[in-house]
Design a binder for this molecule. Structure first.
Ligand code: C2E
Ligand code: CA
Ligand code: CA
Length: 742
C-alpha cells in the first residue's frame, strides 16, 4: 500500500516526483491536490483503530464503515451495509435522569450536526460504545446526500464511568443501594405517588449487638456478617421493594404501594426472624438480632424527611421495647420519645440523688415453702413521676452506658444487704447482657464481694440468654472466671430469647428460671406450655441444675409447676418484691417459710383498657369509652340502648376507623364485633390494618398533611352537614364511668 511506503522508507527513494531538496530534508508535505497520498493517510488512520469513518445515503442507510470498525463489531460487512444508522446505534442513556441529549434518530432526521455523541452499537447485547461525529452533506442544489462522519471506541471509558456511578449509588460491601440512592429513590417515589395518591411504606432496620460481633470477631467478620444479612433481606423482600444499607448496621427498605399494616407486620416479623438465625462467619458462629420501625406515606409523613424521621422514631421505640421487635409509627411515639429523653437525663443523676433502692422477692423451695434466696430488683423513686419500673429504665440505662454504674451499685448494695442475713441465704442479682459483654463483670463482682465480705457462694448472678450473642469464646471465659470466684450463675427469663437448649450443656449454670410467660395460662386446657416446662425441667435435672418457675400468682399455677417438677417458685403467690427492712424484720422473727396466698385460678389475660374513642352511627358521632379490646372486637360504654345488629364505626384516632356490629348490648355497654380484625402494632397494642387516607381528608377540604392524633374532620363533617337528622341514641355522660378504674 502506498501509505506504507510513505512511512517505512524514511528518506529513501522518492515515491513520487517531489523536488530533490525537499527529499533530502525528508519533508514531502501532502497537499490538497495530492489525492492519492491523502487517501493513503486516511487508510492508515483507519487501520490504526484510533478512529474510523462512516457514511450514509440520503435515506440514512449505512453505505460506508471503516473495515477496522466492522471487525471490532465482529459481523459480516454485508450485514451492516444498507442498515438504518438510527437502528444500528442506540442512544440508551447511561442514566435516564442525567443524560438530557436528544436521541440519535431525532438528530439524524433533523439533519443536525452530530458532535461526540456516545452511542451503543446495538448488535446482540454487546457492550460496544462509540462516540460518533457526523455532518450532513448536501449537493449544489441543496439536496441532502447523507451523513459523513467519524467515530471512535469509548467502551472502556463508559465502563469506568458506570463503575464510578455505581460506587456513588451502591454500597460496595453489600451491593445494596446506599443512603444517597435510597434518599433520592424515596423522594422520587413520594413525589410521583403524591399526585397518584398512592401509598409507600418505609422500613428501618437496625441490627442488635452487631457492634459486639465486630468488636470480638474483628471487622472482616463483621463485613461478612453484613453481606449475609443483606442476602437474607433480599431473599425475603425480593422484587417487592428496594433495600439499602445506610451505613454501619442500619438498613432501609422502600415498599411502594404498601399500606396494609397486617401484611407489613408479617413482613417485618419475618425479616427479624431471618436475621436472627445464627450465622457462620470466618469459622465462628455469631448470633445477632434486629429491630424494625415502620412508617407509611402519606399517613405518617408526606415528605422524605418526615417519613424517615417517623420510621426512625418507630425503630427507636422498637429497640426500647426490648430487642427483636417491630413497631409502627404512631403520634404517641413522639410523646414517648420525649419522655424517654427526660428519663435518660434524670437517670444520670438518680444514683447521686439517692433515688434508687432495691426490693427483694423470695425464691421459695417448692417442696416445703422454705426461702432459699432473695432476688434483688431495682426500684427508682423519681421525685416528680413517682415509681418508675425497671422495665422502663433498664433499657434506657443499657443504651447510655449508665447501666455499668447502675449495675455495680445494685451489685454492691445487694451484697451488703445479704451480708446481714442469717445462715446461707443467698441473694440473686441481675446483670444486664450489655453490662456482661461490655465491662469486666468478674472484676466488678470481686470488688463488691471484697467491700461487703459476702461469701461468694451466697451470691447468684442472673443472666439472660442474650449474653450468648456475639463471641462465644469470651462469654465462656467470663463464665469460667466467675465460677472460679465461686459465685453461682442463673439463666433468667428462659424461653423468651434465642432459646437454644444446646448452649445449656456448655454453660456452667446452676439454675434455670423459666419465664413467667410459660407459667401464665399453663393451667388452662389445651395449652402446650406444660409440655415445654416439663422438657426444660428434665433437661435441667439431667444437667444437675435447679429450676425456678417465675411469676406464679394463682393456686392452679403453683400446683401445675410443682407437679411438673420445678424445684423452686417465685411469684406474687409467695410475696411481691418488698423493701429490705421488711425482709430483715421477717428474718429476725425467724420466719423462713412462706405460705402460698393467691386466687384459685388465674383469670384469663384480657386487655382491659380505658380509652376514649369516637363512635359513628349514620351521620352522628358519639363519645365512648373503650373498656376492652381484642383483635376481633371491643367493649364500649357511652351510648344508651343500642339494638343488637346495629352497624357502627369506631374511630380510634389517627385515621383508624373500624367498621363494627353490635353483638351484645346492655344499658350503656355494648359488645362490638369488628368487620376486619385488628392487627398487632408490634408492641402490646392493636391497630387497624388501614387508615383514612390524608388524600380523602384533603378531598373533604382539609389541607394535605400526615395524620395527627385525634378525631377526623372527614367524619365530623358528615355530622355537620346533616344536622337536621336526630341522633338515634342517647349519649351517656362519660365523666362518671370514666372515673371508674379499668
Ligand atoms: P426479672 O429479672 O424477670 O424480674 C422479675 C420481675 O417479675 C420483677 O419485675 C418482679 O416484680 C416481677 N414479678 C415477680 N413475681 C411476679 C408475679 O407473680 N407476677 C407478675 N406479673 N410479675 C412478677 P420488676 O421489678 O419490674 O423488674 C423487671 C425487670 O427489670 C427484671 O425482670 C429485670 O430484668 C430488670 N431488673 C430489675 N432489677 C435489675 C438490676 O438490678 N439490674 C438489671 N440489669 N436488671 C434489673
Ligand atoms: Ca431476674
Ligand atoms: Ca426473670
Amino acid at each position: 500500500m502506498a501509505i506504507k511506503g510513505l512511512f517505512s522508507r524514511k528518506g529513501g527513494q522518492p515515491a513520487d516526483g517531489f523536488g530533490a531538496s525537499d527529499e533530502q530534508k525528508g519533508l514531502r508535505p501532502i497537499d490538497k491536490r495530492d489525492a492519492e497520498r491523502r487517501l493513503a493517510l486516511l487508510d492508515s488512520f483507519e487501520e490504526s483503530g484510533i478512529g474510523w469513518f462512516w457514511a450514509t445515503d440520503g435515506l440514512g442507510r449505512l453505505i460506508y464503515l471503516s473495515e477496522h470498525a466492522i471487525h471490532q463489531i465482529g459481523v459480516e460487512h454485508g450485514t451492516l451495509m444498507g442498515k438504518g444508522v438510527a437502528t444500528l446505534f442506540s442512544t440508551d442513556p447511561l442514566d435516564e435522569a442525567e443524560d438530557k441529549r436528544r436521541p440519535l434518530g431525532f438528530l439524524l432526521s433533523a439533519r443536525n450536526t452530530i458532535a461526540d455523541l456516545p452511542v451503543r452499537v446495538a448488535i446482540d447485547d454487546r457492550e460496544v460504545w462509540w462516540s460518533i461525529t457526523g455532518k450532513p452533506q448536501f449537493d449544489a442544489q441543496g439536496e441532502f446526500l447523507g451523513y459523513r462522519g467519524s467515530a471512535k471506541d469509548i467502551s472502556a471509558e463508559i465502563v469506568r464511568q458506570r463503575d464510578a456511578a455505581r460506587l456513588a449509588q451502591y454500597d460496595s460491601l453489600t451491593g445494596l443501594s446506599n443512603r444517597h440512592r435510597m434518599t433520592s429513590r424515596l423522594t422520587a417515589t413520594l413525589t410521583a405517588y403524591r399526585s397518584a395518591k398512592r401509598s409507600c411504606a418505609l422500613l428501618m432496620m437496625d441490627l442488635d449487638r452487631f457492634k459486639h460481633v465486630n468488636d470480638t470477631l474483628g471487622h472482616p467478620a463483621g463485613d461478612e456478617l453484613l453481606r449475609q444479612v443483606a442476602q437474607r433481606l433480599q431473599t425475603i423482600v425480593g422484587k417487592r421493594g428496594e433495600i439499602g444499607r445506610l451505613g454501619g448496621d442500619e438498613f432501609q427498605v422502600i415498599l411502594p404501594d404498601m399500606d396494609d399494616r397486617g401484611q407489613l407486620g408479617e413482613l417485618a416479623g419475618r425479616l427479624i426472624q431471618m436475621v436472627s438465625q445464627p450465622y457462620s462467619v470466618e469459622g465462628s458462629r455469631a448470633i445477632i438480632g434486629a429491630s424494625v420501625g415502620i412508617a407509611i406515606a402519606p399517613y405518617d409523613g408526606l415528605e422524605t424527611d418526615d417519613l424517615v424521621s417517623s420510621a426512625d422514631l418507630a425503630l427507636y421505640a422498637a429497640k426500647g421495647g426490648g430487642r427483636g421487635q417491630f413497631r409502627f409509627y404512631s403520634a404517641e411515639l413522639k410523646d414517648g420519645a420525649r419522655l424517654r429523653k427526660q428519663i435518660e437525663e434524670d437517670l444520670r443523676d438518680a444514683l447521686h440523688r439517692d433515688e434508687m433502692s432495691l426490693r427483694f422477692q423470695p425464691i421459695v423451695r417448692a417442696s416445703d415453702g422454705l426461702v432459699t434466696c432473695f432476688e434483688a430488683l431495682l426500684d427508682w423513686h423519681h421525685p416528680d413521676r413517682g415509681r418508675i419500673r425497671p422495665d422502663l429504665f433498664i433499657p434506657i440505662a443499657e443504651e447510655t452506658s449508665i447501666i455499668n454504674d447502675l449495675g455495680e451499685w445494685a451489685m454492691r448494695k445487694a451484697c451488703s444487704c445479704a451480708s446481714e442475713w442469717p445462715g446461707d441465704l443467698r441473694v440473686a442479682v441481675n446483670v444486664s447482657a450489655i453490662q456482661f459483654t461490655t465491662s469486666d463483670v468478674p472484676a466488678m463482682v470481686q470488688r463488691a464481694l471484697a467491700a461487703t465480705g459476702l461469701d461468694p457462694a451466697r451470691l447468684e448472678i442472673e443472666l439472660t440468654e442474650s449474653v450468648f450473642m456475639g463471641d462465644q469464646q469470651s462469654v465462656q471465659d467470663t463464665f469460667l472466671r466467675l465460677k472460679k470466684i465461686g459465685v453461682r450463675l442463673a439463666l433468667d427469663d428462659f424461653g423468651t430469647g434465642y432459646s437454644s437448649l444446646s448452649y445449656l450443656r456448655h454453660a456452667p449454670f446452676d439454675k434455670i428460671k423459666i419465664d413467667r410467660s410459660f407459667v401464665r395460662g399453663a393451667a388452662e386446657k389445651g395449652n402446650n406450655n406444660p409440655a415445654i416446662i416439663k422438657a426444660i425441667v428434665s433437661l435441667a435435672e439431667a444437667l444437675n441444675m435447679e429450676t425456678v418457675s417465675e411469676g406464679v400468682e394463682a393456686m392452679d399455677e403453683l400446683e401445675l409447676v410443682t407437679g411438673l417438677g420445678t424445684s423452686h417458685v417465685q411469684g406474687y403467690i409467695y410475696s411481691q418484691p418488698t423493701a429490705h427492712e421488711n425482709v430483715l424484720e421477717r428474718l429476725a422473727r425467724g420466719e423462713m417459710l412462706y405460705d402460698a396466698v393467691g386466687p384459685a385460678y388465674h383469670r384469663a389475660d384480657r386487655r382491659s383498657t380505658y380509652r376514649k374513642v369516637g363512635v359513628i352511627h349514620e351521620d352522628h358521632r358519639y363519645d365512648a369509652v373503650m373498656r376492652n379490646l381484642s383483635r376481633t372486637g371491643a367493649r364500649i360504654e357511652g351510648l344508651l340502648n343500642v339494638p343488637l345488629g346495629t352497624p357502627l364505626v369506631v374511630d380510634f384516632g389517627e385515621g383508624q376507623l373500624a367498621v363494627a356490629t353490635v353483638r351484645r348490648s346492655e344499658g350503656h355497654v355494648q359488645g362490638l364485633e369488628f368487620e376486619t380484625p385488628l392487627v398487632s402494632d408490634g408492641a402490646d397494642g392493636l391497630c387497624t390494618r388501614h387508615r383514612v387516607s390524608p388524600y380523602s381528608l384533603a378531598a373533604a377540604g382539609m389541607p394535605l398533611a400526615a395524620l395527627p392524633p385525634g378525631y377526623y374532620p372527614l367524619v365530623q363533617s358528615a355530622s355537620d352537614s346533616s344536622a337536621s337528622s336526630r341522633p338515634a341514641f342517647m349519649q351517656v355522660d362519660l365523666s362518671h364511668h370514666g372515673s371508674r378504674s379499668a
